[in-house]
Design a protein around this ligand. Structure first.
Ligand SMILES: C[S@@+](CC[C@H](N)C(=O)[O-])C[C@H]1O[C@@H](n2cnc3c(N)ncnc32)[C@H](O)[C@@H]1O
Length: 124
């Protein structure tokens, strides 16, 4: 969904929101959030920066905050998008987050069965 369409839906639903363009990996969080929801950001990031990604999620999220991510489960190494495995996701995130639920979501037709949705809760 484009940024403008997303803004339209939020306004129509009577929700207030602020949109900032930022480097998620580098920048300090303006506040710590209760929830982070991301859709295929992890796969857009070079695998050499995946430790930075995990640190960024922890930096932007409150202790015990919720982290909901849609991962693109492809094998490609010449991304973006870059592939990953479920085992890698578990190894990277489970030291810092408790897995609440994981499932294969409804996806765009060309991604059916290739996305994995993981709902984590940050440990203290
Ligand atoms: C596969 S797209 C997904 C976009 C959107 N979430 C969606 O589902 O349509 C990956 C996005 O991650 C953004 N991205 C990559 N590295 C980033 C970073 N360090 N900080 C913020 N955004 C980043 C890219 O600009 C791109 O828009």
């Amino acid at each position: 969904m484009s940024g403008n369409r997303f803004k339209f839906w939020l306004l129509a639903a009577g929700l207030a929101a602020r949109f900032d363009l930022a480097d998620f990996l580098r920048e300090a969080a303006p506040v710590r959030f209760d929830w982070i929801f991301e859709h295929t950001l992890f796969c857009a990031i070079n695998p050499s920066r995946r430790d930075d990604y995990v640190r960024a999620v922890k930096r932007w999220l409150k202790p015990r905050g919720q982290f909901l991510a849609v991962h693109y489960m492809i094998r490609d190494t010449d991304g973006p998008p870059f592939g990953c495995t479920q085992q890698e996701l578990m190894e990277r995130f489970s030291p810092h987050f408790e897995l609440r639920q994981g499932w294969v979501p409804r996806s765009y037709p060309n991604r059916t069965g290739l996305e994995l949705m993981l709902w984590w809760q940050r440990k203290q």
